[in-house]
Design a binder for this molecule. Structure first.
Ligand SMILES: N[C@@H](CCC(=O)N[C@@H](CS)C(=O)NCC(=O)O)C(=O)O
Length: 352
């Protein structure tokens, strides 16, 4: 049987788990211990990371997008790719949003809200070192928790931006609530990649962590979508007809392009310049920068996470000249990578 190695606290795992459930796939959800992560998983995919999927033939898959894309080719059931070009592009832009922008939100609420921090450390201990009593386990996983919290300033989340980040979060949740008042999923009657990618951080951090669930209190439609995504799958409805993008998604796209879009533009420019200067390199350094960033209107500084380029290529690859013109009606999109990356042996490498 297929195995999903994952912990409930992990957002990318939540993305894949929800996908597998919606597809009606048979799988065993196995929470790896720290030894499993450091030995078996590191040996198989080169890194102690979640989620990983082991197929019955022994093949390992990593990266939530790669797992879903691969399984999409073989699993029976309804496709998660909408038929229309605009919906396809928006689905992948929202995947980029969930996977590469919302980690700021997820990490902030988890590690800066004391009740969440306590809860997360207990969860890390419960799954990472299940044979130890809680107090010992929590002491042991403390360095891991500190490493996670240490990403916050790297991603630009600090005193200058926390106010902006929180207003961005509340605005996004309210906008999603307005959307789900009219639609069961992002593109109508069935979930797409956008649903799974947004659900990952929203469920695994904001919803599930005890100190941030109240963010959903006054948002019944968003809460109902979370419950729907938790499954079990109900009857699927149709995609929104005529490749429609509902007006309720427009403000989400506008903010995405204005803030994440500006960052992605600088990320792509920085990678272009680095690759031009290093024609022999096979990989881009894990981080470059620093660069300026704007989050919820607040200006800060962060590092570039260069692996994100692989997720940036996905909506770009899906774009036709017409969809690009149309996306630009919501804001500036000038992402022009000159160097392509591919995933090879679970690493993002330059396609040279
Ligand atoms: N791009 C990866 C990201 C996976 C990821 O960052 N997983 C986290 C847990 S949610 C992790 O295991 N991080 C450990 C690390 O990167 O060293 C994906 O989409 O699967």
């Amino acid at each position: 049987m297929m195995i999903l190695n994952s912990w409930p606290v992990s957002p990318y795992s939540a993305k894949v788990r929800a996908y597998l459930r919606w597809k009606g796939a048979e799988f065993e959800d196995v929470p790896p211990s720290v030894f499993g992560l450091q030995r078996r998983i590191r040996k198989a995919v080169g890194k102690a990371i979640m989620p990983t999927v082991e197929l019955p033939d022994g093949t390992w898959l990593q990266d939530s997008s790669e797992i879903i894309d691969t399984l999409e080719k073989s699993l029976p059931g309804e496709a998660i790719t909408p038929p229309g070009p605009r919906q396809r592009v928006v689905s992948l832009l929202l995947e980029l949003h969930g996977d590469e922008w919302l980690p700021m939100v997820a990490l902030h609420y988890r590690w800066n809200v004391p009740a969440n921090k306590q809860f997360a450390m207990s969860e890390f201990a419960r799954f990472g070192v299940p044979w130890l009593p809680g107090f010992l386990g929590r002491a042991l996983v403390k360095p891991v928790a500190e490493k996670m919290a240490g990403y916050l300033p790297v991603l630009g989340v600090d005193k200058r931006t926390i106010g902006g980040l929180e207003s961005f979060t509340k605005q996004l949740l309210a906008r999603l609530d307005a959307h789900f008042a009219e639609h069961d999923f992002v593109f109508g009657g069935r979930p797409a990649m956008a649903d799974f990618a947004l659900y990952g951080p929203l469920w695994a951090h904001l919803w599930r962590d005890v100190g941030s669930r109240s963010l959903f209190d006054a948002l019944p439609n968003l809460s109902a979508w979370v419950e729907r995504m938790l499954g079990p799958p109900t009857t699927l409805g149709p995609w929104l007809a005529d490749d429609a993008i509902p007006a309720t998604l427009e403000p989400i796209l506008t903010t995405l392009l204005a803030e994440q879009g500006a960052y992605v533009e600088r990320l792509v420019d920085a990678i272009n310049a680095w690759c031009d200067a290093n024609p022999e390199a096979s990989r881009v350094p894990r981080s470059l920068g620093p660069t300026s960033v704007v989050i919820g209107g607040a200006a800060g500084t962060r590092k570039f996470v260069t692996e994100s380029l692989w997720k940036v290529q996905r909506p770009l690859d899906a774009m036709t000249p017409e969809t690009l013109r149309w996306v630009r009606t919501f804001g500036r999109l000038q992402w022009a990578p000159r160097h392509r990356v591919v995933r090879r042996d679970f690493k993002v490498v330059l396609d040279r």
